[in-house]
Ligand binder design. Structure first.
Ligand SMILES: NCc1[nH]cc(CCC(=O)O)c1CC(=O)O
Length: 309
């Protein structure tokens, strides 16, 4: 019998809290535990506090995890729940992603005020997004469109839309579903045209790699196909992510023992696109992601990743 409650670290945004609760509920079910057996520890991260600049300007993804990782490393937390999409390519020594939950919808949602879909937006419309990937993919499909920075929680972005700061915005459909707000999407975009960020829609759990007890505790809620897709997409990212300013999309589709990978690297203006598709076995997920990354890197040339830094 566990005497002290398991300490789960999370950020405090409504989406982060929904993800922490989902994880706790799965663990309660898997182990026959009660709510009192868990303590949800909410930490504010730099990424939550700095909302007036884009993430690529202020240093990228580790900003959403640093404070959680500090407390993981020194034992104040047992494990932390994250959106995989927000995880840096390299994690601090001694920490690792040890479980992934079943993937939610992988697609991006379009929230249009001027029109319900990207294709139907009027000429020279304005799209609000601070994601370089979404910016590049939008510009690729609609070069006439102007992209403006848009950060903050869902409610903030909807307010900006209603104030007329943009004609449309894009959000992960997974996030809208987890928040119970899927109906605000006016369209859901085909990932073949608009591939997701590596790890999009996958909740992952980070802990100390040497904590056998916690790793065993988390094992029953790990979703094998999800973990495989995540490993593949992160291997692709690891080859390419010279800087967080590179728009990168990656989607590993798992069907039984087979894996089908689709990746893209773009310039932020969407003009230059390097696309890769690679099929293989799910057990070779990391090799496939790595190979796809090497392929894109070779085609893009060394200068590609430094050209706009
Ligand atoms: N960068 C914020 C973030 N991190 C993860 C999600 C969505 C949930 C997910 O992909 O699992 C979001 C919001 C968004 O992109 O709309």
């Amino acid at each position: 019998m566990q005497m002290k409650p398991y300490r789960i670290g999370t950020r405090g945004s409504p989406l982060a809290l929904a993800q922490a609760h989902e994880t706790r509920d799965l663990l309660m079910k898997a182990h026959g535990l009660a709510e009192e057996d868990f303590e949800i520890v909410v930490l504010s991260t730099q990424g939550d506090r700095i909302i007036d600049r884009s993430l690529s300007e202020i240093g990228g993804k580790g900003l959403f995890t640093f404070e959680l990782e500090e407390q993981l490393a020194d034992g104040r937390l047992d494990f932390a729940v994250h959106s995989s999409k927000d995880m840096a390519t390299g994690l601090p020594d001694g920490l690792g992603i040890v479980a992934a939950l079943e993937r939610e919808d992988v697609r991006d949602a379009f929230i249009g005020k001027a029109a319900p879909t990207l294709a139907e937006l009027p000429d020279n419309a304005v799209v609000g997004t601070s994601s370089l990937r979404r910016q590049a993919l939008v510009k690729r499909l609609r070069p006439d469109i102007t992209v403006v920075g848009f950060r903050g929680q869902v409610e903030t972005r909807l307010r900006k839309l209603s104030e007329g700061q943009a004609d449309a915005t894009l959000l992960a459909y997974a996030g809208l579903r987890r928040l119970g707000r899927p109906e605000i999407a006016t369209a859901v975009i085909d990932p073949e045209d608009f591939p997701p960020a590596p790890g999009q829609g996958i909740i992952c759990i980070e802990t100390r790699l040497d904590d056998r007890r916690i790793r065993d505790f988390l094992e029953p809620i790990n979703h094998a196909a999800s973990a495989t897709a995540l490993a593949c997409e992160r291997a692709f990212l690891a080859v390419l992510d010279g800087s967080c300013r590179t728009p990168i999309a990656a989607h590993a589709k798992i069907g039984g023992a087979a894996l089908s990978f689709h990746g893209m690297v773009l310039t932020p203006d969407g003009v230059t696109v390097h696309e890769v598709r690679l099929d293989g076995m799910a057990e070779d997920a990391v090799t496939i992601g790595h190979k796809a990354g090497e392929d894109v890197r070779a085609r893009a040339g060394a200068g590609f990743f430094e050209s706009w830094v």
